[in-house]
Design a protein around this ligand. Structure first.
Ligand SMILES: [Zn+2]
Ligand SMILES: [Zn+2]
Length: 286
């Protein structure tokens, strides 16, 4: 069994890279991909530990991207990138640093906007909570703890959500650009947890996946903790139909999502055979 979707505390998980590798070994996994949001820091720290134990560690990343569908609506798509043969290029790492800088710049604008609304909040507080991934969820927590909102939902509704007076746009990259960046950097772009596109109509869902394929997508996360057996069967069919590689993982976050176990997902609903990684490496031989 393998797990191709996991997070360390370098993004929004709670396990250190060392703890994650130890857990993978304890669970007898055949391979593990670290797919932190916007950073390779967790993978970089885990790699020497995995090597020392002869464990198969895959380099991955998860990016937030924008998909503007031709029928009009906009979606946020999490794009996984897998670097199977070579480490990510220096250019790709540089692009990640640019995304990070954009995220920070947006937080600075959000602080200014909230202060203009009479809220007492400092960037340092937000970054202490969210580290390199500091963003609106961390703002919301602080707004609640300081009494500016009674709940996370209210903080979004009244202060920082899209319809609220404190809203500041964040520019996540267009999915087509992110796909091209991943490929140019030596990676395989895969659409994460397609169920979270939230498209109930199966025809419309398929059309969205076809649009991503046309933008250069090369894989689909068929197996995921949020996806039922029938979802997975549907995505398996779509992956075959559109010649997309099949991937799968638990999206393990440690204590942030305590119902999800490394390797096996939520109540054992994820079970990805080693063959999936073998096929991936075969399909994208360097
Ligand atoms: Zn995700
Ligand atoms: Zn994830």
């Amino acid at each position: 069994m393998i797990d191709l979707h996991t997070h360390t505390n370098e993004s929004d998980g709670t396990y250190t890279p060392a703890e994650l590798v130890a857990e993978a070994l304890a669970k007898n996994l055949d391979a593990l991909a670290v797919t932190d949001h916007d950073t390779f820091a967790g993978y970089d720290l885990a790699l020497p530990l995995a090597r020392a134990r002869g464990f198969d560690l895959v380099c991955g990343i998860e990016l937030s991207t924008r998909l503007a569908l031709s029928r009009g609506d906009k979606k946020t798509v999490h794009l996984l990138g897998y670097f199977l043969h070579e480490p990510p290029s220096v250019e790709f790492r540089g692009w990640l640093a640019e995304l990070q800088a954009g995220r920070r710049e947006r937080n600075v604008r959000l602080i200014t906007r909230l202060k203009s609304l009479g809220v007492s909040i400092e960037l340092a507080e937000v970054e202490a909570l969210g580290r390199s991934l500091a963003g609106r969820p961390h703002f919301a927590k602080i707004l609640v703890s300081k009494g500016y909102a009674t709940s996370i939902q209210h903080a979004f509704r009244d202060l920082i959500g899209e319809e609220a007076p404190g809203f500041v746009e964040r520019d996540s990259p267009n999915i087509a650009i992110a796909i091209q960046r991943v490929i140019a950097g030596g990676g395989i772009p895969v659409a994460a947890h397609p169920i979270r596109l939230g498209i109930r109509d199966h025809g419309a869902e398929e059309a969205a996946i076809a649009e991503m394929r046309d933008a250069g997508l090369l894989g689909l996360e068929v197996f995921h903790s949020d996806q039922s057996a029938s979802d997975s069967a549907r995505y398996l069919g779509l992956a075959k139909k559109y010649d997309l590689a099949i991937t799968g993982g638990s999206d393990f976050h440690g204590g942030t999502k305590p119902n999800i176990q490394l390797g096996s997902g939520a109540e054992g609903n994820v079970n990805v055979p080693k063959q999936v990684l073998d096929n991936l490496r075969l399909k994208f031989r360097s």
